[in-house]
Design a protein around this ligand. Structure first.
Ligand code: ZN
Length: 194
């Protein structure tokens, strides 16, 4: 087994304090086959390490791994996102937004927002926001209406959540310093031509 995989919250905080590690994890979760330009779908890219920005060699557009994921549109750094993700996927008896807030040093409101997005990702088996459809609609579901949901749909969401949890754990395994990208994504991305 890999000794670097965090098993306690303290270890997780240290583990994710490495900004480049977080970037690599995000990139691997986002693009199991390597970064893809959102504009022209090219795999050819350069990387500006200081800004964690990819530049497409074909169309010259710059893009980041955050765009289009649950982590975008927020000033919250990746280390906090991944710690919250770690807490949610490792807590045996659930975790409250107060606990997350205290552990990460953020406000309870911020913790709630993060947990909300992470739960969406767990339910949909992906960090890609597009796969979640209308996020606003899903908020009513998150708000506690799961028991009213048709049992088939609920069962499907539960299954997705289970497999994604596993995928996240696999994604956090490292081998010889390389992030393993094999089984990171359980939901097949829909190839929408936009
Ligand atoms: Zn491009």
């Amino acid at each position: 087994m890999n000794p670097t995989l965090p098993t306690t919250l303290q270890e997780a905080i240290q583990y994710f304090a490495d900004a480049q590690r977080c970037q690599d994890l995000l990139s691997a979760m986002r693009w199991p086959q390597g970064p893809v330009c959102p504009n022209c779908r090219s795999h050819e890219h350069g990387y500006v390490k200081s800004r964690a920005i990819y530049q497409c060699k074909l169309c010259r557009k710059q893009y980041s791994a955050k765009v289009g994921t649950i982590f975008e549109d927020s000033p919250i750094k990746l280390d906090k996102w991944f710690c919250a993700l770690w807490m949610l996927t490792n807590a045996k008896n659930g975790v409250s937004s107060y606990e997350v807030a205290r552990s990460l040093g953020v406000t309870q409101k911020t913790a709630w927002f993060m947990m909300h997005r992470i739960r969406l990702a767990l339910q949909h088996g992906s960090i890609d926001r597009k796969l979640m459809g209308d996020v606003e609609v899903d908020e009513t579901y998150i708000g506690g209406k799961a028991r009213n949901m048709h049992s088939d749909k609920r069962a499907k969401l539960m299954r997705n959540e289970g497999s994604f949890r596993k995928a996240v754990v696999v994604g956090m395994l490292e081998r010889k310093g390389e992030v393993r990208t094999a089984v990171l994504r359980t939901a097949e991305p829909h190839q929408k031509s936009s």
